[in-house]
Design a protein around this ligand. Structure first.
Ligand code: SF4
Length: 149
């Protein structure tokens, strides 16, 4: 019974998991701001949780530090297919303020996992993050429906 309810809800909702692979947390704070009454993320059927095994969308923040080179792929592999990765902020794309010659930052994240959408900014505004999720989320749901048939 509970599994049936869960399946029904998941068919029309987008589950987002934040993966911080080594940033300053500035982008994470902007994602959390989406949960405030001002943006009310859940009114769009978008839920933030911390389990990649139940994620439709992985929201990637941070600059891919040394420890994340292998962990990034491991977390990515845990998310069920089809999955979508959205890189939030400059860090996953270029390393931004953490990038330096011979340093321990390995951005871009797309060298390690497929990235479907990227939002520039340091940090990007919550509204930009919301727009990105809404632009790729419905496709995630549609693709999931096709896989289940
Ligand atoms: S993009 Fe800017 S705000 Fe976001 S994690 Fe990197 S340094 Fe912090």
């Amino acid at each position: 019974m509970l599994d049936a309810v869960k399946d029904a809800v998941r068919k029309s909702s987008i589950h987002v998991c934040i993966v911080n692979c080594g940033g300053c947390n500035g982008c994470d704070v902007e994602v959390v701001a989406l949960l405030s009454p001002r943006y009310d993320l859940e009114q769009y059927g978008i839920y933030v949780q911390n389990n990649p095994r139940e994620a439709d969308v992985l929201l990637l923040t941070g600059a891919v530090t040394e420890q994340w080179i292998h962990n990034l792929k491991r977390v990515y592999d845990k998310a069920p297919e089809p999955k979508i990765v959205v890189a939030v902020g400059n860090c996953p794309q270029s390393g931004d303020v953490f990038a330096q010659e011979g340093g321990h930052v390995h951005a871009p994240a797309s060298n390690f996992i497929p990235v479907d959408a990227a939002i520039p900014g340091c940090p990007p505004r919550p509204s930009e993050i919301l727009e990105a999720i809404l632009s790729v989320g419905p496709q995630a749901i549609a693709d999931r429906g096709r896989e289940e048939k």
